[in-house]
Each structure stands twice: as structure tokens, then as C-alpha cells.
Ligand binder design. Structure first.
Ligand code: NAD
Length: 498
């Protein structure tokens, strides 16, 4: 018997209205380690009704009290980091150290939420016309939902809920089915921090739960992070139902290496971007673009880096890379390698048929390094979301730029160079939302906002930071005057001017 992970509704863990379940599997062992209750339209409706009531009261709570709550939550997350990291590692497969890293990055947005007093300040102009003032206020939207992917079960929900809650909304989280337990842990911590029941709730499930959130009349906004096809679907569905939507999708990030770069440095950084978390990061680096003479030494250095990575269970402190999330994800990496090889690619480091002693039923793929991949191969042009790195050779900077800009995705990119000229041209001309200069995973810190371009995002708002404050609030502009009761009444039928 494994434990059931339940919904968290009105501050209680419950399987109410739920009959369907799904196993939770440890990807390192292939063992079932839990059962997840899968919600439906009724579960969502119950949670939304509770959220509507809770939000009305929560919006009246002072900014000072909301800030204090975020500080308490921060203390609790720090106190329980080790425990949460173990839970994430068991359900996701990433190393415990990497899980701690994502919790730390999640804390950044919680810390940003403690400055909500500054972020929600309005404007005021005195005497815009004689005796007339104008000021603006930002108000919460009401009930907002977050739908999140498996790859960052702590950090990505943290891009959303601290800011949504600090700005006075009630938040319903629909985490990934693959690693749902961290979300329930955070719900317990919010309760302990003093958040009123119903302001943060967790409803588990798949398509039906997601679509119910996207169509429920009392949900005002939906934040989504996941793959591109589902991001587009969620964006279109929720928008058609009148909601504000931010939907962040997939990626295929390129790192350009100029001949003047420090090649050893670039190779180490790119390998960490490509193989860290088994390549399951939306800011992973699955493509290295070798410019001119950089190709030969870069491929040799990447081979060395890939071969020295210790693959194993995430709880082993020696492990550098864990398993991928499912057997299907492993098959995708293996199949795309085989297809590329048949089309003429060179397999420099082969990750197929990989296993880890003692964990033979885990979903293992070794680091995979390919060169000479035809550009119409999935291994190059699609999102592999696994530990595969493809090196593409080009002759010069302009060819590299053209290649990067021809991708359907525009999430992140990097350039490795010693030249300020090319670094500046790259940041000016590349069609990508987040750019690293000698930085392989340019994930902006929590007080900036995160988001890509093109098929990596649907909707206008980026995640976390100042853009999230705008996303989770709407503005009112109030124009006022206070005439004395004895003042002469003068009103013109013409449109008011000053
Ligand atoms: P996914 O799209 O399969 O799932 C994301 C969420 O959508 C989950 O909560 C899932 O339950 C739900 N979902 C899945 N299928 C659905 C359907 N048919 N209808 C409605 N909802 C559905 O993504 P994933 O595999 O969990 O995560 C990996 C993907 O997320 C990658 O593509 C990665 O690039 C992307 N990602 C993007 C960012 C970003 O900031 N752009 C960040 C992290 C992950």
C-alpha cells in the first residue's frame, strides 16, 4: 500500500469528489511510491467556490500583514528545505543538491513578494485641473489558477503563488501529476505561516482538471508553464473564456561559441546546461553552435565533459545526473539518436542502453553528444527534454545568428565570446527572450521577469518579478475633486478639457 496524495481544499487534505487515481513513480527505480488522486470538474468547482469566499476576506488584509506572512513562509521553507528536496528527488529523479537549488530559486520570488508594499504603490498627481487630483490603485483579480510542469515542482509554482497571494488573490495550484507531493508540503507550510484556509489550494489531476480551471466562470486568470502544444491549448481555451492568461511553453535553446571564446570554459558551462537535471530544464542547452575554428576543440572538450558525468540515483551525493522522468522520455532520446544516426549524424557519446547498477528498472539515459545532425532531424529542431547535446558547425557569426533566429522557439540562448562587439550584436539581433553572455542558463533572478519569445510563450506577460505583479492585479485610475458646498455649479456639455 502506498500513500495517497490528496487535494488540499479549504485547508484540508481530501479526496472529495475524486475516484480516479494515478501511480506516482520513482524514476530512478521504476517503483510505485505513491498514488495520486485525480480531480475533475466537480473538484475544481468545490475549490473555486471556497477560493471565492476566502479571497474576499484576504483582499481586505493589510499589506503589512501579507508581507509578514511571506516572511514567515520564507522561514518555514528554509527550515524544511532538506525534507522538500528529498521529496522532489524521489519523485522527479534530480539530485538532492539540484532540488535544493530550485527551492533556493523559488525563495527568490517569495522574497520578492515580501516587497509587495513597494510593488503595488500607485501614482498620484495633484491639481491635474484646478482642484482636481488623480491617483491609481492596483487591485487583485480574484481567484487565479496556476498549472505547472514536472521539471521544477517547487520553483515554477513559486513563480506564481507568492506574488498572486501577496497581491490579494486566492490561488489554486494544479501541479504536475508526476511529482505532486511538494505542492501539498507548501500548502501545509502556508497554513502554518498563518494563511487563511482557501487562499492557497491544490487540486491535482490531468486534462479534465486543467480544462475545468480554464473554463470556470469564477477563475479570473490562468498562469501556465509546460510544453508548447499544451501552453497554446490552455492559452486559447482560457482566453476564449475571458481570462487573463500567461502560458509559457517549450524551448530548444542554442549556445553559440565564437572562435575567440575560452573553449574549456564554454564546454564546461554548456555541458552543465545540457546534462544538468538530465536536460529537463526549459533553459537547458541542447544545441551548441560552433563558429569556425571553435568546432574541433569544442567537440573534444564536450566529449570529455560528457564522459566524466556520474549518472545515478539523485540521493547519492556523488551523482551529477539522475534519470529522465518516464520510460517514454528515455525512448524519445534513444529514438531521436537512432533516427539522427541513420540520417548521417555522428554519435560522439552514446547514451543509449544505459543502466545504473542496482537500479536497473530506472529510466536511464546517458549523456548523449551528436554532431553532423541534418537540420531537419528532430534531434536538432525539436525539444528533446533529455540529456542530448547536438553540435552544429557554422562558418561565421551571421550564420550562427540566422540559425538561432530560424528556430520556432525563443526561450533562452547564450553566446560564449571574448568580443564585446559580437556579444552586443547578439543581444541586439537575436529573437529570444532571455540571453546569456558567457552564462549558459540565463534564468533571470526573482526580481526580474522570466519569459521567452515566439512559441515559447503565449500571452503578453512574463512570469515572476514586476510583470507578475501586473499580471495578478488590475489598475483603477481615480479622478476626484471636493467642491465646497457653496461653490458655484458649472458644468459644460462639451467634453471636459483642462
Ligand atoms: P506538459 O505540457 O506535459 O504538462 C504541463 C501541465 O499541463 C501539467 O500540469 C499537466 O498535467 C498539464 N497537461 C498535460 N497534458 C494536458 C492536456 N492534454 N490538457 C490539459 N493539460 C494538460 O509539460 P511537462 O512535461 O510537465 O513539462 C515539460 C515541458 O515544460 C517542456 O516542454 C519544458 O520546456 C516546459 N517548461 C517551460 C518552462 C518555461 O518557462 N518556458 C519552464 C519549465 C518547463
Amino acid at each position: 500500500m502506498t500513500a495517497t496524495v490528496k487535494h488540499v481544499i479549504a485547508g484540508e487534505e481530501t479526496t472529495a469528489n475524486t475516484t480516479d487515481t494515478q501511480p506516482i513513480v520513482n524514476p530512478a527505480t521504476g517503483e510505485e511510491i505513491g498514488t495520486l488522486a485525480l480531480g475533475n470538474a466537480e473538484t475544481v468547482d468545490t475549490a473555486v467556490k471556497i477560493a471565492v469566499k476566502a479571497q474576499k476576506e484576504w483582499a481586505k488584509v493589510s499589506l503589512a500583514k501579507r508581507t509578514q506572512l511571506m516572511y514567515s513562509m520564507r522561514d518555514l521553507v528554509i527550515k524544511h528545505t532538506d525534507e522538500i528536496a528529498q521529496i522532489i528527488s524521489a519523485e522527479h529523479g534530480k539530485t538532492v543538491d539540484d532540488a535544493k537549488g530550485e527551492i533556493a530559486r523559488g525563495l527568490e520570488t517569495l522574497e520578492f513578494a515580501t516587497s509587495i508594499t513597494q510593488e503595488t504603490r500607485g501614482d498620484f498627481s495633484n491639481n491635474v485641473s484646478t482642484g482636481v487630483d488623480i491617483h491609481t490603485i492596483r487591485q487583485p483579480l480574484g481567484v487565479v489558477a496556476g498549472i505547472t510542469p514536472f521539471n521544477f515542482p517547487a520553483m515554477v509554482p513559486f513563480w506564481m503563488h507568492p506574488i498572486a497571494i501577496a497581491t490579494g488573490n486566492a490561488f489554486i495550484l494544479k501541479p504536475s501529476e508526476r511529482d505532486p507531493s511538494a505542492s501539498n508540503f507548501f500548502a501545509r507550510l502556508y497554513k502554518e505561516a498563518g494563511l487563511p484556509d482557501g487562499v492557497f489550494q491544490v487540486v491535482h489531476g490531468g486534462k479534465e482538471t486543467v480544462e475545468s480551471l480554464c473554463t470556470h466562470p469564477d477563475v479570473s486568470a490562468v498562469s501556465f508553464v509546460g510544453s508548447t502544444p499544451i501552453a497554446k491549448h490552455v492559452h486559447d481555451l482560457a482566453s476564449a473564456h475571458g481570462k487573463r492568461v500567461q502560458a509559457l511553453g517549450g524551448a530548444n535553446n542554442h549556445a553559440v561559441v565564437m572562435p575567440d571564446a575560452n573553449i574549456e570554459f564554454a564546454a564546461a558551462q554548456i555541458a552543465s546546461g545540457a546534462f544538468g537535471a538530465a536536460g529537463e530544464r526549459c533553459m537547458a542547452v541542447p544545441v551548441a553552435v560552433a563558429v569556425g575554428d571553435s568546432a574541433e576543440p569544442l567537440i573534444a572538450a564536450l566529449k570529455t565533459e560528457a564522459e566524466k558525468i556520474k549518472v545515478g540515483i539523485g540521493t547519492d551525493p556523488e551523482t551529477g545526473m539522475g534519470p529522465v522522468i518516464t520510460a517514454d522520455a528515455r525512448k524519445r532520446v534513444e529514438d531521436w539518436t537512432t533516427e539522427a544516426e541513420k540520417a548521417g549524424a555522428t554519435v560522439v557519446v552514446d547514451g543509449r542502453d544505459f543502466t545504473v547498477e542496482g537500479c536497473e528498472n530506472g529510466f536511464w539515459v546517458g549523456p548523449t553528444l551528436l554532431t553532423d545532425v541534418p537540420l531537419d532531424q528532430k534531434a536538432y529542431c525539436d525539444e528533446v527534454f533529455g540529456p542530448m547535446l547536438v553540435v552544429v558547425k557554422v562558418n561565421n557569426f551571421d550564420e550562427a545568428l540566422e540559425l538561432v533566429n530560424s528556430s520556432e522557439f525563443g526561450n533562452g540562448t547564450a553566446i560564449f565570446t571574448a568580443s564585446g562587439h559580437y556579444a552586443r550584436r547578439y543581444q541586439e539581433e537575436v529573437q529570444v527572450g532571455m540571453i546569456g553572455i558567457n552564462v549558459p542558463i540565463p534564468t533571470p533572478v526573482g526580481y526580474y521577469s522570466f519569459g521567452g519569445w515566439k512559441n515559447s510563450i503565449f500571452g503578453e506577460y512574463h512570469a515572476h518579478g514586476p510583470e507578475a505583479v501586473r499580471f495578478y492585479t488590475r489598475m483603477k485610475a481615480i479622478t476626484e475633486r471636493w467642491p465646497h458646498q457653496d461653490e458655484a455649479v458649472e458644468a459644460s456639455m462639451s467634453f471636459p478639457t483642462h
